[in-house]
Design a protein around this ligand. Structure first.
Ligand code: GRG
Length: 329
């Protein structure tokens, strides 16, 4: 039987109400504007392109020292959904670009994402045994190698990104800065710090949003912005993509929190129920499951609205946003 959600105190409930009201002016639910777009085929094709590129960009498993390259590849090819790199490619296409110039950037983001998962699973952090349906990196290779595998992937990300072409509007400096800001101590790492420090404590809805913005939304926003840059997008398109990525990222994390309490470990490929066990505040624990779903739908509607300047050319991004809202793993 599923564990009951923890009860919350009056101050947390008040902040939750604030949070809910802040994002709840109801807009129409997102719909695909074209019936002919086949998302499954799109996901399969783009995922295959990303996997092939990652395989080419990463040192072979036999390259010395082999242990570290095996460990990096173990987590990188453990069956992640590749959402961030596919969003990056879809953003490039929405701006009229091709996927090839976007691939180094898409792969760089996936390397950073995988590094963060390896480190998050360490005993010093979330202490998890399973990820992507397999034993976590430190369970297979030991803690020392897992730390280094994360370090290796983070560093590799910048080497891979540096292989992009550079464009009239965006230089290598812009690309490096975009990645470093999203992964750095003001975004991804800041979110992780706040998450660690919030464990077992009552945190406000504003603090929860701070964590979600940094731990989840920043890298998703970075993914789509980099895709746009690879197509030499306009400043207005870049801003629209950032707005889209920000809202999709927040919705994505709320759905993740919902899945944590509604799905099994087998279905998720990682340990379910971790948030309650770690006494973490989540949207479901603050506003309940139904309101959490409504907030995620509202954030997705805002992501859709951000795509307006693309005048129907961002069909893959729209389909992906809807897919992320409805996902079950
Ligand atoms: C160690 C600096 C540092 C940060 C860790 C990634 C992370 C931050 C924590 C993991 C837990 C968590 C809830 C992160 C938020 C982002 C998220 C939902 C990650 C899981 O992303 P998916 O579902 O994973 O795209 P796959 O495995 O499919 O790639």
């Amino acid at each position: 039987m599923r564990k009951p959600l923890p009860t919350i105190g009056p101050s947390l409930a008040a902040s939750a109400e604030f949070l809910y009201n802040a994002v709840m002016p109801v807009q129409r639910a997102p719909r695909l504007s074209s019936g002919s777009f086949d998302l499954n085929r799109y996901l399969d094709a783009r995922t295959a392109a990303v996997n092939g590129a990652l395989d080419r960009f990463l040192p072979k498993a036999t390259t010395k020292p082999a242990t570290i390259h095996q460990a990096m590849r173990y987590s990188l090819f453990a069956g992640g959904k590749r959402l961030r790199p596919v969003l990056c490619l879809a953003a490039a296409e929405a701006c009229g670009g091709a996927i090839e110039p976007a691939l180094p950037l898409a792969c760089a983001v996936e390397c950073i994402h995988t590094y963060s998962l390896i480190h998050d699973d360490l005993p010093a952090m979330d202490d998890d045994d399973y990820r992507r349906g397999k034993l976590t990196n430190h369970k297979v290779f030991g803690e020392g190698i897992a730390v280094l595998a994360g370090d290796g992937l983070l560093t590799q990300a910048f080497e891979v990104a540096a292989q992009c072409l550079g464009w009239p509007r965006y230089s290598h400096r812009d690309v490096v800065r975009e990645l470093a800001e999203a992964a750095g101590s003001l975004q991804l790492i800041a979110g992780q710090v706040a998450d660690l420090e919030g464990e077992g404590r009552k945190i406000s809805a504003a603090q929860l949003r701070y964590i979600h913005e940094r731990k989840t939304s920043a890298l998703l926003r970075c993914s789509v912005r980099l895709g746009g840059m690879s197509a030499d997008c306009t400043a207005a398109q870049l801003e629209a993509l950032g707005d889209f990525g920000y809202h999709v990222g927040l919705a994505f994390q709320i759905i993740d929190d919902i899945l944590d309490v509604t799905r099994t470990s087998e279905q998720l490929g990682k340990t379910a129920g971790k948030d309650i066990a770690a006494q973490k505040a989540t949207y479901p624990s603050i506003v309940g499951l139904e309101k959490s779903r409504k907030i995620a739908a509202e954030l997705t509607a805002r992501a859709f609205a951000a795509l307006k300047p693309f005048r129907g050319q961002a069909i893959a991004l729209e389909a992906l946003a809807e897919y992320l809202l409805k996902r079950d793993r």
